[in-house]
Structure formats: C-alpha cells, structure tokens
Write a protein of this length. Sequence first.
Length: 239
Amino acid sequence: MSASKIEWTDATWNPVTGCSKISAGCVNCYAERMASRLKAMGQRNYRNGFEVTLHEHMLEYPLHWKKPRTIFVNSMSDMFHEDISDEFICRVFEVMQKAHWHKFQVLTKRAERLAGLEQKLAWPKNVWMGVTVEKDDYRHRIDLLRNTNAAIKFLSMEPLLSDVPRMNLTGIDWVIVGGESGPGARPMEQTWVESIQSQCEDKNTPFFFKQWGGVNKKKAGRLLHGKTYNERPAAAFAA
C-alpha cells in the first residue's frame, strides 16, 4: 500500500496487478505504462508486467495500517477482471469489511461481472463501488451499478471522451470527471464537463472535477469556470 497523488483518494492498495483493454478509455492506459516501468525497475509485484497477477501477500495490508485512510483498491488493475476468481474477489471484500476504519474505493469497467457477483459480496458501509463511464456508449454501466447493494455508488468519468447527456443519477452518490493525460492524450470538450456538472447540480449529486488533462496536466489545471470542484459524498466526512 502506498500514498497516492490521485486527487480523490489518500492511498492505493493493489492485491491484484495487471489488466487488459475492454473499452475506449483503456487505449492509453496509465497503469500499463507504469507497470512496464516498475517491471524494468525490478519491482517484485510487477515481474509479470501488465499480466493479471494475484498477490496473496498483499491481502491483509490494510489491516496493519491503523490510521484511517481512503484507499483506492486495485489502481493497477480491475477487481472484476475475468482472470480473477470469484473466491479471490470475495476475500478482498472480506478484508475490506474487517478493516472497518478505512474507506475503500473500488472501480471497474466490467460492470456486468460486478452485477453477476453482487449477491456473493459483503457490502459494508466503508466500501464505495464505482464504474467508469468514459463515453455515452457505456452509460448502461450506471444502471448495473445502481442495482448493487453498495452503500456509496460513484461514477468515474475519466478519461471523458464524449458528451454523456441525460444521465439517470438516481442512487448515484458521487461523480468524478477528468480529461485524459499523458502521451497521446485525447481532448476533452468543455461543454461535456459543463453538461455533467449541471446534471449533478440538478440532482444534488456531489461533483469532483479532477483535471483537464493533456500532455501537461499540471499546466492545464483543474479549474472549471474559475472554480475548483472538490465535492464528495457525505460519507467521506463521516467518522
């Protein structure tokens, strides 16, 4: 587990590393680039590069981190990848249930697998479940998320690659929006961001604007209309 520079979390925990491309948002995968670098550096957990690899020795790490944190789970993978067994996914959820003093953020593009496993999983209040909706083509993931028993349900609309109008945000507790960054970054239109922010405002859904992105994301910044949007679900502030 390590501290994170991701604006909407405190730390990352990767009991699984590696993934494979499934939709448009995966084209310029940052995790794939990072895994290649870490393998070249001789990092043990990345000996297989970006192949899906389970790390039994990482499973209980959150139990030994006593200071409460908000933890992004599998920032270097997808918890619901088809190469991860049902049993291992359940074990990860059991650890999150035991580590009740942390808040865990789980994010997937594989909403269909999530829906199929939903009834097998423990859903403690400290587990936040999210799906990525990078284009209008993937809005069905919102409905699959809504039907889970997660206490907090959120959308990660990063990298945002199209307008996503008229979303049904019923039951959605948080929306994160961000542009793609790094080599080959695809542009994000301001009108797309404004549309999502307006939809969130209409539904009183917390809106978090992460970045404009681009090759130099620091220079592009994260201001929208001169304002920083750092809204979070109420559960983020609960003890």
